[in-house]
Design a protein around this ligand. Structure first.
Ligand code: NOJ
Ligand code: NOJ
Length: 711
């Protein structure tokens, strides 16, 4: 029987719409998630037929003695362990870069060096044969995604926009588009790569973005072919069901371009993005750039400040004040601090148990992360206490083989309990954070979202108990059992009535190495908004607001004072379409069906879909050390004529001083006005003279505009 054509396409359209709606409901709000990071090659071998594929043979070591070889873990292996993951309560997995990696040995001779970690791409359009199957098909990825989704687990793919592969061996950076050769380090007639030396100064903005990271062939994202290649490739992963992406090395990819990458992802379908800005600690000279980027790009960041502080406090026994201070500083600088992705172990550093082989400390660090501010990541194997301490246990020895899947470890139980609490008590995902009691060994902090409260007490000392008195909390008067049921030694708490959200707790003793968790869930009097995602978008984009108490009947979403079309509505999640309205930074809110308004949350309306544009200003006004040239202009993408480090676009880069350039992302097809300004080290602003420059952004591709500084 032949079906008429139109009905086939109707059916597939309906299926696609259904899939899209399912994803829409699930994606974007990641604040309640617990992410489990998997080094795909090291987790479980679910398919031995891909261990030693013919196109890349000889890179597999079945003895698992060469730490730079493939050991056999794959996507089918992750799928095979789905019930283990589900039982632990994790709600998202972050897997290694899944794109096709180079096929040849990167070392000369033996021992071989293989891209088992996935950071040496050769073809972003295909799936790596060691992880999927020997024909580089999507089957294993699709199967993993559907198994994960049917267990309510999201799939986050690690994604490296910065580079292809190692330029000093193997395939020398060669890049392919679905099997068709594009360029390599020594054969690049179209300028797909940058060809600069390795980065030597990690405090130089030009080197960071345009030089080569660790001999990895550096992609030129301003090239229209590369721009479209990377965006097409990521869309392909989205259409195969990826829910989010961990963006590798975002400090080394052209910063302005990344705004258009994020926008392109969000325009395609709902997603969550977080990037590795190593190292966004507050003491780093690039710290200000790091939080400006996180605040404006739509890309959240891995929290290296918390990473360092947790390791210092729990492994090296530093005082809790370090952790407390780190959170205070970061919360004041990062607009979306609950979207920080927090971690203490990763595939790039010694595991906590290598630094201090003390399971109590590991449990305490885990409990902190899972109840702390941000979206927590647990590195695979931590729940099994795995670590290999060779040479200090760093890369590659932190990438241990997952040799046990015991579901009764204390760590596994702990993760499962606290992951459940993240779902049931919105204080963890959406709440503020307040220190309530602190000394060198004890940290008591509170998370609070309207009437939802979680109070956590940690004593990390191995032998000393502490008497706690003078503790106040927002928990209502009453008796509270330890939510962990004594798993880490905690017991109950009694709270009496006080005033101003400060209710006195009874005095109690917090025994050595104890974590106690007390919590209470309130009943909303009005809609309570905890999250918006993405945090910026152009008219027509679908955006999700999450929180609680929205009611079951459809109400209203307002962006500023403009009503938006509501696409879906539930008590905890609403999606709307960004209305056609003037670009700018607004407050959005939800009104329930009886017209009661929520709190507001910031949302930026873009002028249009973003494409990358490179601006150059020649012969700019002279500058002294510490002065910078910035770009500013007539739309929100250009800072709406802002004149500060945070509101203007830049700093610009001056490898050809006194000419300055910068790549930014601008609304396709829009006509914009702009000027260049000098912001001196002391903040004094000097404008270019004359009338504003005007530029019409191309409707697609990439743009370039060069002007002379107007004296
Ligand atoms: C950071 C990743 O986490 C690391 O594992 C990788 O080698 C580099 N970026 C280069 O991609
Ligand atoms: C104020 C500046 O003084 C001027 O030079 C600039 O053109 C305008 N802002 C933007 O219209």
């Amino acid at each position: 029987m032949t079906l008429p054509r139109f009905s086939l396409s109707k059916i597939s359209f309906a299926v696609a719409t259904l899939l899209w709606l399912t994803r829409l409901a699930a994606a974007q709000d990641f604040k309640k998630q617990v992410i489990y990071q998997i080094v795909t090659d090291r987790f479980f071998n679910g398919d031995t037929s891909n261990d030693n594929p013919s196109q890349s043979s000889g890179l597999f070591d079945s003895t698992m003695t060469n730490w730079q070889a493939y050991w056999g873990g794959d996507l089918a292996g992750i799928q095979a362990k789905m019930s283990y993951l589900k039982g632990m309560g994790v709600t998202a997995i972050w897997i290694s870069p899944t794109v096709d990696n180079e096929n040849l040995n990167m070392a000369t001779g033996s021992p071989i060096s293989a891209p088992y970690h996935g950071y040496d791409a050769r073809d972003f359009m295909k799936v790596e044969e060691h992880f999927g199957d020997t024909s580089n098909s999507w089957s294993a990825f699709d199967n993993l995604v559907s198994a994960a989704h049917s267990n309510n687990i999201k799939v986050i793919v690690d994604w490296a926009n910065n580079h292809s592969n190692y330029n000093g061996g193997g395939e020398f950076g060669a890049l392919y588009n679905n099997g068709v050769f594009m360029a390599s380090d020594s054969n690049d007639p179209n300028g797909y790569f940058h060809h600069n030396p390795n980065i030597s100064n990690y405090n130089d903005r030009y080197q960071l973005q345009y030089y080569t990271l660790l001999s990895l062939e550096d992609l030129n994202q301003e090239n229209a072919t590369i721009d479209s290649y990377l965006k097409t490739a990521v869309h392909q992963f989205q259409s195969h069901g990826a829910d989010g992406f961990r963006l590798d090395a975002i400090k080394h990819v052209t910063w302005g371009w990344e705004y258009s990458f994020a926008n392109s992802v969000f325009t395609q379908s709902p997603s969550f993005l977080y990037g590795e800005w190593y190292n966004n600690n507050s003491g780093d000279p690039m710290y200000h750039d790091a939080y400006k980027f996180a605040n404006k790009s739509g890309i959240n960041e891995l929290d290296f400040g918390i990473n360092q502080a947790v390791r210092d406090v729990f492994a090296s026994n530093n005082n809790f004040s370090e952790l407390d201070g780190t959170i205070t500083t970061e919360n004041s600088n990062f607009t979306w601090s609950n979207d920080f992705v927090t971690f203490f172990d990763s595939h790039d550093e010694s595991r906590l148990l290598t630094l201090n082989n003390n399971n109590n400390r590991l449990h305490e660090a885990m409990a902190f992360l899972l109840t702390g501010r941000g979206i927590p990541v647990i590195l695979y194997g931590d729940e099994q206490y795995l670590h290999n301490d060779t040479n200090g246990g760093g890369d590659p020895y932190c990438r241990v083989w997952m040799s046990s899947y015991n579901t009764s470890t204390t760590a596994y139980q702990l993760i499962s309990k606290l992951a459940a609490l993240r779902q049931s008590n919105d204080a963890l995902g959406y709440g503020g954070w307040q220190q309530r009691w602190i000394n060198n060994d004890v940290y008591i902090y509170e998370r609070k979202f309207f009437g939802d409260v979680v109070l956590v007490a940690i004593n990390k000392n191995d032998t000393t108990s502490y008497a706690i008195s003078g503790l106040f909390t927002s928990l209502p008067a009453g008796s509270y059992a330890d939510y962990l049921g004594g798993l880490l030694g905690g017991s109950g708490l009694t709270v009496t009535s006080g005033s101003g959200g400060n209710n006195p707790a009874n005095n109690f003793t917090l025994p050595a190495h104890t974590v106690a968790v007390w919590q209470s869930v309130g009943t909303p009097a009005a809609p309570e908004v905890g999250s918006i995602g993405p945090t910026l978008g152009q008219p027509g984009m679908k955006v999700t607001i999450a929180g609680k108490g929205f009611g079951s009947a459809t109400g209203q979403v307002l962006v500023g004072t403009t009503g938006a079309t509501v696409n879906s509505w539930s008590d905890s999640s609403v999606t709307f379409t960004v209305p056609s309205m003037t670009n700018g930074v607004y407050q959005a809110e939800v009104k329930n069906s009886s017209g009661t308004a929520s709190n507001t949350i910031q949302f930026t309306v873009l002028t249009g879909q973003l494409i990358p544009v490179t601006f150059t200003v020649d012969n700019a006004t002279p500058t002294n050390m510490g002065d910078y040239i910035f770009l500013t202009g007539s739309t929100v993408e250009l800072g709406n004529w802002g004149t500060t480090f945070d509101t203007a676009i830049g700093p610009m880069l001056d490898p050809n001083y006194p000419n300055w350039f910068l790549n930014a992302s601008l609304p396709a097809g829009a006509t914009v006005q702009f000027k260049f300004i000098k912001i001196a080290a002391n903040g004094a602003v000097t404008w270019e003279n004359g009338s504003n420059h005007q530029y019409t952004v191309p409707s697609s591709g990439t743009g370039f505009v060069t002007v002379n500084w107007q004296y």
